[in-house]
Every structure is written in structure tokens, then in C-alpha cells.
Design a binder for this molecule. Sequence first.
Ligand SMILES: Nc1nc2c(ncn2[C@@H]2O[C@H](COP(=O)(O)OP(=O)(O)OP(=O)(O)O)[C@@H](O)[C@H]2O)c(=O)[nH]1
Length: 321
Amino acid sequence: MTDKSAEHGRTLPRAMGGGAARQGFQDGFRSGFVCFAGRPNVGKSSLINALVGEEVMITSAHPQTTRRAVRAIMNAPDHQIVIVDTPGVHRPRTALSERLNDTAAQAFAEVDVVGFCVPADEDIGPGDKFILEQVRREAPKARIVGLVTKIDKRGRGRTAAQLLALSALLGPEHDVVPVSRQSPEQLSALAELLVSLMPQGPPWYPTDQVVDDSDEARVAELIREAALSRLREELPHSVMVVVEETQRKKDLWVVYASVYVERSSQKAIVIGAKGSVLREIGTVARSRIEAAFGVRAHLDLRVKIAKDWQRDPKQLDRFGF
Ligand SMILES: Nc1nc2c(ncn2[C@@H]2O[C@H](COP(=O)(O)OP(=O)(O)OP(=O)(O)O)[C@@H](O)[C@H]2O)c(=O)[nH]1
């Protein structure tokens, strides 16, 4: 999927032919990599979607749903910022959590800036400090910027107190900014700050690309997002979606996908009485796929069992982790 660049010591996107296309850009162009770090559910994926202006990442009210290091790309005439969404730091309880931690560590190693996120509506605690130490260890060269997220959930006084607390945690040399995905002004202030911290250099990706992921992987994530919005408690973590095949029929895109769960009791829940839950998941997923790709879509969803897949290295290999 990627080429190694000895020149930059960085994993180059395949789309750029290993960097050969990084030529012919004007002086002063800035480009680089950003990662957002923080506890589960602080709003990292939502922030990326808001910055890029497209639903490139799935989001969910369930914590720890991000499983892939997807790169979202912000393009402008004078800059390109590649934002790497990471699975976050998991307690390594299963083979899956260990692999997700490896994915996050690889992503941190190559970024120029880390946006360290804490939500406005929760006190800073040991969990945040643990993640900050990890960021400092795994991204020693990156500049750390503090972000207080979801500030629409709290009043000004509380936001100001959280900004001060975050600044005290990071140290006075670090910028600290408030953001809400609902505030275009704050999002553009954050984007401006990120651009100012990017190194000068040509873009890493074609400047019309917004995400570095295959269509099949994005579709699988949109189906998983639809399933997460309908399922509760532990079940979301057991769900894995694989797109088996897609066919174009004139203006219709037919998608055959498997929804994997770990046990037969879970299969019954995902299907629901007379297939009602699976039908709902399919309806939501179809509308999201149609909105994301601008096509008409037909979904053929099958629920299958991959027994205890989160703990099984062979199945994790098969699912591409
Ligand atoms: N009110 C408010 N809610 C937000 C905001 N950003 C995110 N949320 C909500 O917070 C929840 C978590 O958002 P995500 O973007 O999935 O968080 P994440 O940090 O990527 O979560 P992980 O999957 O654990 O990595 C979702 O229910 C979002 O709708 C915001 O700016 N304001």
C-alpha cells in the first residue's frame, strides 16, 4: 500500500509513486502530517470530518470504534495537510487491541504535529496524562498542540478553565485552542494554526484527493457505522464488515458485504426479528454510501460468524489488521 522513503524516513503514499510526483510546486507550499490523540470518544474522528469537510471517518457514540489509520487530506492552493486518524490507545486485552496499538504507534512516528485532545465537559485525569506520555515517547519530533474539544457542550467559563488546565499540563510553549465541530470559525482558526506548523515542501498526495483508502474499505466502514448506530453495549466491538464484491450496473452500484460477529447469539441480535435490525442497518448504510459516493446503491448484507475473531491472529490477518 505504501513505499518507504529513505530520503524522508517516512512512509510515502503509493498514490504519489513514492514521491516522484512531489515536484513542480511553488515555493512556500506547506505540507505535512497531523495526528489527533486523546482518550476514546473525545471527538477525534468528528474533528477530522469537520476539517476536511467530508464524512471520511466514521463516528459513533460508542468509544474505541476507530480501527484503521485512515489518512484524510485537507487541500488548499498553498498547503496540504494529511490527517492520520488512529485507533487510539487501547488496553491490550485482545490480539486486536495489540494490533491497533501498533497501528497507532506507526502513525505517530511519522507526523509533524500531534493535536492532543481533551473534551470540554470532562476533567483532565490520569488517562489523559498516560496518553500524553505515550505521544511524547512515540512522536518525539512532533510539535504538540492542545485542543479542547466539544466546547459547544459547555459554557465559556468552563471552556476557559479547561484551556488553562490543558496549558498547565502541556507547558507554556504549546498552543492550546478551543474547538467544536459545529463552529466554522474555530475550525478555520485550528486549520490556520496547523498550516503554520507544517514544513515547507510539495504535497504528498494529488491535490484533489481527500482520503487515502479504497472505496471498498470506505463502504465497509460506512456499513459498520450504520451497525454501530443500531447496536448496544459490548456488541459493537464484535462487529467487523468485509465488502466481498461490488458490481456497477449502469448507474447502480451493487455491494455484497458480510457483517461478521463472534457468536451465534450476536448473529440473532444483528438480524433481529424477521430480519428487521439488519434491514434497518442496510437502509442507513445505503443512504450514507449514496451520499458519500454520489451513486445509487443496492446492498446485499449477510451476517456471518467468525468465532472470537478479536482474539484470533489468523482471522485478524484475514481481516487486514
Ligand atoms: N456536542 C458535540 N459532540 C461531539 C463533537 N465532536 C464529537 N462529538 C460526539 O462525540 C462522540 C464521539 O465522537 P468521535 O468523533 O467518534 O470520537 P473519537 O475520538 O474519534 O472516538 P474513538 O472511536 O474512540 O476514537 C460522538 O457521539 C460524536 O457525535 C462536538 O464538537 N460537539
